[in-house]
Design a protein around this ligand. Structure first.
Ligand SMILES: [Zn+2]
Ligand SMILES: [Zn+2]
Length: 505
């Protein structure tokens, strides 16, 4: 049985997850994500696929974050007509994410063409935030940036549009956790809980050829244990080959309980001062987790019932998908539902649909909590709230997610006294706080604990992977985690390079 795997993304970096498994004449793709984070990535995302899209047999999707699903409509545009398997919750969330992304792609192309054609290109300075949709990923700057190489003046096409998304959505096939899906001749896939965002999965791919059977496990993005709403990542114990993410392969997170405590303190402070707690948040996952935590804090009497504005249309849509999939909740959340509580609905929460409603929040009776995106202050509705609340000493800006290098979020988090917003200089007089315990990714200890289960019955036991591939991490994080897996667990480890092909036999 000749099997190989090619690392077409998330190798040497965090984004662009894409792995091609070649099994004789059959080809299966796992994830088809966008590269994100630097102005050059638009070029990278627009490059042709490394294979003939029309000749793929199947696509498997781990979860709905853009760095895992973002290029699927481009794959469809390139001629892929087969099934895209994912959990049912991922199918619903991916539709929201891809429609938003298509809108951004079209706006980006229009803006580029308006600025650059027919005159000579002046060379963009990058970092132009879009006023349009919201993208969602917790590890990187959100906005697509105009990246115009000097001298290029031909009109740009969007990577895809809403029609490509329509077709992609038609090709999606939802499954349940634990269900074994027939992928193609002799190939099956089982989706297990990854505990990262709603619907996120670890994929166990099994290839059978006569009596021979080979199992390749893709960790996808692994969540933390004991976080709200979702079940913990499923512990698996057997793989012939394993791909594991390493986003936080060299970092340790704060404890979740401490994060909850810090959130309660921040709310009590603004409640006392009749101020505003402004929380930049990512639409999918983080927002729903914060609502769940706030509901618990009110129930336990640890905070007063401060009104909450959920000011992000994408977060509202994602929240409704969370409501639609109680089958994936963890035992704690089910128990609360059985007891008559609604843990995903904070008492006094309000969704704001229109920009006018959003702007009217400044006149609301205080204290209030406002959750708005984007999570790194790179665009979106949070921008007009910043103008209102940054200069106000009774307000708190609370970061609960990673702030990427070069973003406005990082600038303010680092203690800047002024911030430039839509061309206006704004003084930062509010309190600025950061909580690190709400990450949706496992840290170095949690990654190691999950990995240690493979072949845990001892060296030479047959669950132990022949090779562990470390992916989805910046080089420092991937190398640090590789050293840990070799040293602490004695595993055979490889950190693949971009586009590297490895044969698995
Ligand atoms: Zn993710
Ligand atoms: Zn990811």
């Amino acid at each position: 049985m000749a099997i190989s795997i090619q690392f077409l993304g998330a190798a040497g970096c965090v984004t662009g997850s894409q792995f091609l498994v070649d099994i004789g004449p059959r080809r299966v793709l796992v994830d088809c994500g966008m590269f994100q984070g630097s102005p050059d990535e638009m070029e990278r995302n627009a490059m042709p696929f490394a294979y003939d899209a029309s000749r793929l047999d199947a696509v498997l999707l781990t979860h709905a974050h853009l760095d895992h699903c973002g290029r699927l409509p481009a794959l469809t545009r390139a001629g892929y007509r087969g099934p895209i398997h994912a959990t049912s919750a991922t199918v619903d969330l991916a539709e929201i994410v891809l429609r938003d992304s298509a809108k951004l792609q079209v706006e980006w192309a229009e803006r580029w063409n308006r600025h650059h054609a027919p005159k000579e290109a002046a060379g963009s300075n990058g970092a132009t935030a879009s006023a349009g949709g919201e993208t969602d990923d917790e590890t990187l700057p959100q906005r697509l940036r105009s990246a115009a190489p000097e001298g290029r003046t031909e009109a740009r096409q969007p990577l895809y549009d809403e029609h490509d998304v329509d077709r992609t959505v038609e090709q999606m096939r939802g499954c349940d956790y634990g269900e074994t899906v027939n992928v193609t001749d002799g190939v099956t896939a089982t989706f297990h809980d990854a505990g990262h965002i709603l619907g996120s999965a670890i994929i166990e791919l099994s290839v059978t050829d006569g009596d021979a059977r080979l199992t390749i496990v893709f960790s996808g993005d692994l969540g933390r244990s004991d976080t709200p709403i979702l079940r913990d990542p499923t512990p698996l114990s057997h793989a012939d080959y394993l791909l594991i993410e390493s986003t936080y392969g060299n970092r340790e997170h704060d404890d979740h309980d401490r994060a909850v405590e810090e959130l309660a303190t921040a709310i009590n402070e603004v409640a006392h001062d009749h101020g505003v707690l402004l929380v930049p948040s990512f639409a999918i996952g983080r927002t729903q987790e914060v609502v769940w935590v706030l509901d618990g804090l009110v129930r336990e009497g640890r905070i007063p019932r401060v009104p909450l504005y959920l000011d992000s249309p994408m977060a509202s849509r994602a929240t409704h998908v969370y409501y639609d999939h109680p089958e994936v909740y963890d035992e704690e959340t089910r128990e609360l539902l059985r007891a008559g509580d609604s843990p995903l609905r904070y008492p006094g929460q309000q969704f704001t649909d229109t920009v006018e409603e959003s702007k009217a929040i400044r006149y609301a009776n205080r204290p209030i909590i406002v959750v708005a995106s984007s999570g790194m202050l790179t665009g979106g509705r949070i921008m007009h709230h910043l103008k209102d609340f940054l200069p106000d000493p009774n307000c708190t800006l609370l970061f609960i997610g990673y702030q990427g290098e070069g973003t406005l979020g990082r600038h303010i988090q680092n203690g800047a006294k002024t911030a430039r917003i839509d061309g206006t200089e704004v003084n930062v007089r509010c309190r600025v706080r950061s909580i690190s315990g709400f990450s949706a990714h496992a840290d170095e200890h949690e990654l190691e604990a999950w990995l240690a289960r493979f072949g845990a019955s001892g060296p030479g036991s047959n669950g132990r992977p022949r090779t562990v591939f470390i992916v989805h991490g910046d080089p420092d994080a991937a190398e640090a985690f590789a050293a840990r897996a070799r040293g602490e667990l004695g595993m055979s480890v490889h950190v693949p390079a971009h586009r590297e092909i490895v044969s698995l036999t």
